[in-house]
Design a protein around this ligand. Structure first.
Ligand SMILES: [Zn+2]
Length: 358
């Protein structure tokens, strides 16, 4: 069944497809109930209820119009200019990381994890770098099983590498940043102590205005030092704007879509081409696609796509419950997953960040 296509006109007005929750649930049950294995594609919208802010609001506009992410070429530039960008990036990320590290899976993550554990969802491709899908499933699956089923299309915040390929766990690198910047560590501890949360963007960056970044020290890679080199060109394993995703990630994302009989898209505007092309790929292969997102998406108007405006959390839980039925009673993991998940959306305020030490 075709659902009416929402309009995105040039002046930015958008007519959402709003259905009563029970109807949204029924459409999803109809879509997924017939599946032998669905691929799920998620974006920032899925993490909002975990306190991680989306880049774009309900109307497809950037929530913070002044947000200018650092570009790949800027971050890895070996010169003076690059060093400046790295100071800015790593200071903001130093303060932005703890809230992402401490964020908990919400009901969307736990419902998707239950759907994976119950074999409804065969593959999950996420654009999010916050690790929350992994966190939801890890108590029940071992690390390699999780890796085989979840593809982090744009990488993860939880690893850092130097330009020569030495890899660090992000917590370890956070410790290196603390050691090199005791004043900022004090400031970060104070934030944590007083419960002030910096306004964090989905990539773990914080909005920090009027701060001189020059004083911040980006430490040298420890492994490079052992090899007798100084090298402070360090980057999180996150795909930056201006950077291409790795060949194997791209290939696997296509394969994941091919291996499944349909595609469920949740909480993303599909503004990023690496995600949008997966929807196009599914359409070209005549696989049914269902988009559940609040607000316009790049796939709106593509032929054969079902689209409903809505938030995913409680809806998905109910859909997974309906489809898995009595399996839930038999498998304690499913029951645990479907009765967990936090709900703490980020605050709406814009300027909630003190200006740093000094
Ligand atoms: Zn190194």
């Amino acid at each position: 069944m075709r659902i009416s296509i929402p309009n995105i006109t040039s002046n930015g007005t958008y007519t959402p497809v709003l259905l009563p929750v029970t109807q949204t649930i029924q459409r999803l049950v109809d879509f997924l109930g017939a599946s032998t294995g669905t691929a799920v594609l998620t974006g920032a919208g899925v993490s909002v209820a975990s306190g991680i802010r989306a880049y774009r609001g309900d109307h497809g506009r950037y929530i913070n119009p002044n947000y200018k992410p650092i570009l790949y070429q800027e971050l890895v530039d070996k010169g003076e200019k690059g060093a400046g960008f790295r100071k800015r990036y790593w200071l903001r990320s130093y303060l932005g990381y703890p809230p992402v590290r401490d964020a908990m899976p919400n009901t969307s993550h736990t419902a998707i994890a239950a759907g994976m554990h119950g074999s409804m969802f065969k593959r999950l491709i996420t654009q999010n770098v916050d690790g929350l899908h992994v966190k939801a499933l890890r108590p029940f699956w071992d690390a390699s099983n999780v890796r085989n089923h979840i593809l982090e299309l744009h990488g993860t915040l939880f690893r850092v590498h130097c330009q020569r390929g030495h890899v660090f766990d992000r917590d370890e690198f956070q410790g290196m940043l603390s050691e090199s910047n005791p004043e900022w560590k004090q400031f970060a501890d104070e934030l944590e102590r007083t419960g002030q949360k910096p306004r964090t963007n989905p990539d773990g960056d914080v909005a920090l205005d009027g701060v001189a970044y020059d004083e911040f020290v980006v430490p040298n890679c420890r492994e490079c030092l052992v090899e007798g080199r100084t090298n402070s060109v360090l980057k999180p394993d996150v795909v930056f704007f201006g950077e291409s995703i790795k060949g194997w990630v791209k290939d696997r994302s296509f394969r994941d879509v091919e291996d499944c009989d349909r595609l469920l898209v949740i909480g993303t505007t599909l503004a990023t081409y690496s995600a949008f092309r997966l929807v196009k790929h599914a359409v070209e292969l005549n696989k049914p696609v269902f988009v559940l997102n609040m607000g316009p998406t790049r796939a709106d108007g593509l032929p054969g796509i079902q689209k409903v405006d809505g938030l995913s959390g409680s809806v998905l839980s109910e859909v997974v419950r309906t489809i898995l039925g009595s399996d839930i009673i038999r498998d304690p993991a499913l029951n645990t997953l479907l009765s967990s998940g936090v709900t703490c959306p980020p605050p709406d305020d814009v300027h909630d960040m003190p200006k740093g030490p000094g």
